[in-house]
Design a binder for this molecule. Structure first.
Ligand code: DAK
Length: 256
């Protein structure tokens, strides 16, 4: 892990902070590598992990995009490889087994907006701004933005945001379904924690399987309904489900 991404953890919640505040946390190769390393393997060193917050260092930005200054000298082939590695990193986040919430504390542009969209939920501070300005650079989003934005906001708004390269503020982002909640910046982390308080009281296996089943809806290679019924069957015979059902019948809190 390099210091462009900081990891802290407390009582089962890890905070992953993109840490290049002077460059508004723009994602360079080191950041992407560190994210990939942590979501592929590094998380295993956190005891009892039950949730992850991704946020940005400093007052101004979540992530202001991919590091534009690092685009030079790429060929079509190496550029494609960089894009593929970024997409794979974001897939790790999207398919992570515990809830991942983006705490969007400022600009979430281009690859930063795409990072937020790869998370399971997004909480924005009132100062946050979202956009996919790639077309201003003669590019299109390269880390899954063309796919995830229409999933979240529908085709018409996705077309508008992507083709104009414009930004929306947090209030508008909430209105169009891009973020779950918009809160004052002082409340950003506490709102994430309030959601985790709820998810942490539920069965961790069920939470993980629910993430996979919902993601299956968006994967054309997978039959989502089949994923749902086969997962449902698996869960029905799990120790976790036995405990959940016993707790209900015995009128007590489940001990997951
Ligand atoms: N990359 C590199 N540096 C950045 C940056 C970025 N994306 N965004 C900001 N910075 C740097 C600025 O250059 C400046 O550095 P110094 O000049 O001080 O050295 C510093 O952060 C502070 O920024 P500003 O002075 O510009 O701050 P302002 O408040 O005036 O403006 C802003 C804030 C967010 C409106 C502005 O910084 C801005 O427009 N930033 C760029 C936004 C943007 O276009 N982001 C890129 C979106 S495109 C790829 C895969 C994916 C992608 C690309 C390639 N491959 C596979 C190759 C994805 C691309 C994108 O994300």
């Amino acid at each position: 892990m390099n210091d462009t991404v900081l990891i802290a953890s407390n009582e089962g919640i890890a905070t992953v902070t993109i840490n290049r505040p002077k460059a508004l946390n723009a994602i360079n190769a080191d950041v992407m590598q560190a994210l990939n390393d942590w979501f592929a393997k590094g998380y295993q060193s956190v005891d009892g992990l039950r949730g992850v917050i991704i946020t940005g260092s400093g007052e101004k930005a979540f992530v202001a995009g991919a590091d534009i200054k690092g685009f030079t000298n790429l060929t079509a082939e190496s550029g494609g490889q960089v894009s593929k590695f970024g997409q794979n990193t974001y897939f790790l986040i999207e398919n992570f087994h515990v809830p991942v919430i983006a705490a969007v504390n400022g600009f979430a542009l281009g690859g930063g907006c795409e990072l937020a969209m790869a998370c399971h939920m997004r909480i924005a501070s009132t100062e946050a701004k979202f956009g996919l300005p790639e077309v201003s650079l003669g590019l299109i989003p390269g880390y899954g933005g063309t796919q995830r934005l229409p999933q979240l906001v529908g085709k018409a708004k996705a077309m508008e945001l992507t083709l104009t390269g414009g930004m929306v503020n947090a209030e508008e982002a909430q209105k169009i379904g891009l973020v779950n909640y918009c809160v004052e910046k002082e409340e950003l982390i506490s709102r994430c924690m309030a959601i985790f308080k709820k998810t942490m009281s539920k069965g961790p296996l069920a939470i993980s399987k629910a993430i996979s089943a919902i993601n299956a809806y968006y994967n054309i290679e997978v039959d989502g309904y089949k994923t749902e019924y086969s997962t449902f069957g698996e869960l029905l015979i799990s120790e976790e489900c036995k405990e959940g059902v016993s707790a209900f019948i015995e009128k007590r809190k489940a001990n997951f």
